[in-house]
Design a protein around this ligand. Structure first.
Ligand SMILES: [Zn+2]
Length: 140
C-alpha cells in the first residue's frame, strides 16, 4: 500500500503553494490587455522530507500554457498542476476551469488548480491517482 498523495484541499492550504499561486498571478499581467498571459507549473510532493516543491514553466499565451512535460524532481512525485486564467470573464473567457481543463485534468491523474481573479479552483481527481508510487510524473 503506497502512501496517499496530499489532497487538493490540503495542497491549497500549503503556504508554499499560496505563495506560488500569488506569484503566478502577479506575473500574468492581468491588468494589461496586451501583455496578460497564463503562468503556472507543476506541484510535487516529496514523501521523505514531507515537503511540497513547485516548478514553474515558461510563460504561456493569452489562453494557453504547456503543462505536458513535468520535469523530474529527485525523490518527489507530481501531485498537481496550476495555471492562471488572467482574462476577465466575458463571452469567451471564464475564471473557472475550462471544459478543456476539466477533460485534461481528469485524464492526467492529478488535480489541476486554476488561479483567477475570483479565487482558486481545482478540477480533476481529488488527489494523485494511485498514491505516491510508480512514475514520478503524471500517473496515468
Ligand atoms: Zn485553463
Amino acid at each position: 500500500m503506497s502512501p496517499d498523495a496530499p489532497s487538493a484541499d490540503e495542497l491549497q492550504a500549503n503556504p508554499v503553494l499560496k505563495a506560488a499561486f500569488a506569484g503566478a498571478w502577479a506575473d500574468s499581467f492581468v491588468d494589461d490587455n496586451d501583455l496578460r498571459h497564463e503562468e503556472g507549473g507543476f506541484i510535487y510532493f516529496n514523501p521523505t522530507t514531507n515537503s511540497v516543491v513547485v516548478r514553474r514553466v515558461l510563460p504561456g499565451g493569452q489562453d494557453s500554457l504547456d503543462l505536458s512535460y513535468p520535469p523530474e524532481v529527485p525523490g518527489a512525485f507530481l501531485v498537481a498542476t496550476y495555471h492562471t486564467h488572467p482574462n476577465f470573464p466575458n463571452r469567451i473567457w471564464t475564471a473557472e476551469p475550462s471544459p478543456e481543463d476539466r477533460r485534461v485534468a481528469s485524464g492526467s491523474g492529478v488535480p489541476w488548480f486554476v488561479v483567477s481573479h475570483v479565487g482558486i479552483f481545482w478540477t480533476g481527481p481529488e488527489r494523485r491517482v494511485g498514491g505516491l508510487t510508480g512514475k514520478p510524473g503524471y500517473p496515468i
